[in-house]
Ligand binder design. Sequence first.
Ligand code: ADP
Ligand code: ZN
Length: 304
Amino acid sequence: MRIYGALEGGGTKMVLAIVNEEGEIQEKTSIPTRTPAETMPEMIGFFRRFPIEALGIGCFGPLDLNPDSPTYGSITATPKLPWRNYPLTAAFRNALDIPVGLDTDVNGAALAEATLGAAKGLESCLYVTVGTGIGGGLIIHGKPVHGLTHPEIGHMAVTPLPEDPLPGGICPYHGNCLEGMASGPAIEKRWGISAKELPEDHPAWELESAYLAQLCASAMLSFSPEKIILGGGVMQQKFLLSGIRAKTIETLHGYIVHPAIEAGLKDYIVEPGLGTESGILGAYLLARDAERNTARSSSSVCDK
Ligand code: ADP
Ligand code: ZN
């Protein structure tokens, strides 16, 4: 059976896995993210132990994903300075001599949810992780959306609520964008206590669900995805989902008419179907894509 390498690249840790062609994870490990000089040899050493056909990477961004760019496959303006401008795809391709696929961590997770998880069988979905940051991956017509660069929906503008004690937010770029208002660190900054420790009846959660509802309503108005999947550390607070659904419906003010809304968005705004594995399985699917694309381009060369 063919096997594939999968890498979920995060600012804190790198998750590495070997996945077979049935999508079963056979090996999984994680290592702390340090500088490329320290982390890359360890990751390459891991993947070299297995006869993998291709490697897929879902990584923190921003990334250069423009295939025509000379720096395609590099990490770009990240605040994680040692990784800035690092040619991630090229480094793995040179070391392993196999096809390497790359997309953002959240586009990868969205792809996994659309292919194997909560949005299986649908042509579109939005996957959002609410954790240390907020990031969203969008699948339309079965493919992750790329455009001018890649979407950064976590930094969309939100309207601060009058009762918010931290109306200026904490995003170093925008202050009170969604990430600046609703990420785990924003909650902690606002209330002086970790999001994990806040009780269910704390006013923090009313604000949190209101801001995430602004995201859901905007996404429905902007892209009309067939499902919205909310994951990440903060969404471990499962009771948040029902508040987000209700506030999304309020925010839309009856403008979108659809049976999903009549059903209270119960099957529309949902938790990940793959639990915490959307990211690594997304990376695996990117490996499969890279293998297919390489086969296609080499057969078109032969045809000439
Ligand atoms: P990362 O975004 O770094 O990949 P997570 O998705 O776990 O990792 O997000 C970490 C953030 O989520 C932290 O700010 C933490 O306070 C918050 N968090 C983690 N677990 C919970 C929880 N059970 N309830 C609420 N917040 C949580
Ligand atoms: Zn921002």
